[in-house]
Design a protein around this ligand. Structure first.
Ligand code: RFL
Ligand code: PHB
Length: 389
């Protein structure tokens, strides 16, 4: 089989790229390891920048999002018993959107099913070949037989644990990484959100985040040790601990109920440079991971895809390779700003087991400064809503 762009990974990055290329008349084949049912149920991101919302609309998958999304004009920081609202709209003129990643995944899968895009689910043992020549190939197994796809280019959109980044020789890729000594235990429940906007809480028992998927579905996270076992967290323990970490008035208003999903995610900052090797382009979590504190992972993946789609369209429409040549540098500029912000937000809001008394005092002072300084709030707000593209 032959296609123009072979895409490894059918998560949000891979499927969004396939949509943008498809609309420009460029043929793709997407290889995804998981089943459609698994992908539809995967609970991850919830907060989108306006640039991501706009790109989804451009890709023709913005209709349900526009109908069902929640728009947030502010966000709260809670510490030392108090609540402090950052007025995102007032400070930046911009807002953020709440719409679950699982819904984006469904919208993308449905759009591809309707247009007959070649998306192969349950593709096993995907491997990449001939990346430095002009005829790269993808091989995979499905249902006991082997397949090969000849491509012009390959997009590695297969997430942090995928095979695309591994296909780049170690001597040409540079890794920057920080692993945090904690993770996030998250639950989803069909309960009314405790507040109409998000609350990021720094408490002496550790970080907590109150977020949501709709006005009847809540999502809460607790900072836990990196090796925590979810089995040790029955719902009752989760709710009790959450109430201890959020401000008393929020705890009193918290509606609890059975969890419908519960999982632990490790926290990591990671960048692989460059994001291109020959005819392979990495996009999204395949190239970089941020701790979720800044809500930037999916938004960065969407920005990569925007740049990559533009580069491939320019190539196919006139042979112009400038955008392809500049792809990695263009993405990495944005990636590093989001890395810095996510690392900073994590440092501001979490309790680090190794923190000295001095570092703890400095963290408290920084929170107090944020609560009182418009300049500091502006810095947070302009990063949180998303830096200009
Ligand atoms: P994904 O979503 O990991 O998709 C990769 C796809 O590739 C497939 N795959 C393979 N397919 C074929 N062959 C192989 N060998 C393969 N290996 C893997 C996988 O099955 C999968 O379908 O990467 P992508 O598309 O780059 O998207 C990235 C986002 O998923 C990620 O950045 C966000 O979820 C991060 N994130 C958040 N981002 C935001 O922008 N806003 C948020 O509010 C937000 N909250 C979060 C988050 C991530 C979290 N966790 C669980 C880490 C909250 C949490 C708790
Ligand atoms: C979420 O809604 O899951 C979410 C929101 C904001 C974050 C992280 C996760 O910073």
């Amino acid at each position: 089989m032959r296609t123009q762009v072979g895409i490894v990974g059918g998560g949000p990055a891979g499927l969004l790229l396939a949509r943008l290329l498809g609309l420009a008349g460029i043929e793709t084949a997407v290889l995804e390891r998981r089943t459609p049912e698994y992908l539809r149920a995967r609970v991850r991101a919830g907060l989108l920048e306006q640039g991501t919302v706009d790109l989804l609309a451009e890709a023709g998958v913005g209709e349900r999002l526009a109908r069902e999304r929640l728009i947030h004009e502010g966000v709260e920081l809670a510490f030392d018993g108090g609540r402090h609202r950052i007025d995102l709209k007032g400070l930046t003129g911009r807002v953020v959107t709440i719409y679950g990643q699982a819904e984006i995944q469904k919208d993308l899968m449905d759009a591809h099913a309707a247009t007959g895009t070649n998306v192969v689910y349950e593709a096993e043992d995907v491997s990449l070949h001939g990346l430095t020549g002009d005829a790269p190939r993808l091989r995979y197994h499905k249902g006991g037989s082997s397949h090969e796809i000849a491509c012009d280019f390959i997009a590695g959109c297969d997430g942090f644990h995928g095979v695309s980044r591994q296909a780049i020789p170690q001597e040409v890729i540079r890794i920057y990484e920080r692993v945090y000594p904690f993770g996030w235990l998250g639950i989803l429940s069909d309960t009314r959100p405790v507040n109409h906007e998000l609350i990021y809480a720094n408490s002496e028992r550790g970080f907590a985040l109150c977020t949501m998927r709709s006005m009847t579905r809540s999502r809460y996270y607790l900072q836990v040790p990196a090796d925590e076992d979810v089995a040790d967290w029955p719902d009752a323990r989760f709710w009790t601990e959450l109430k201890r970490r959020i401000p008393a008035d929020a705890a009193a208003a918290l509606q609890t109920g059975p969890s419908i999903e519960k999982s632990v995610a490790p926290l990591r900052s990671f960048v692989a440079e460059p994001m291109r090797y020959g005819r392979l382009f990495l996009a999204g979590d395949a190239a970089h991971i941020v701790p979720p504190t800044g809500a930037k992972g999916l938004n960065l993946a969407a920005a990569d895809v925007r740049f990559l789609a533009a580069a491939l369209v320019a190539h196919y429409s006139g042979g112009d390779t400038d955008l392809m040549d500049g792809y990695s540098a263009r993405c990495l500029q944005r990636v590093w700003k989001a890395q810095r912000f996510s690392w900073w937000m994590t440092g501001l809001t979490h309790r680090f087991p190794e923190a000295s008394a001095f570092e703890r005092r400095a963290q408290a002072a920084e929170l107090a400064y944020l609560a009182s300084s418009k300049a500091a709030q502006m810095t947070l707000a302009e990063n949180y809503v998303g830096l200009p593209l």
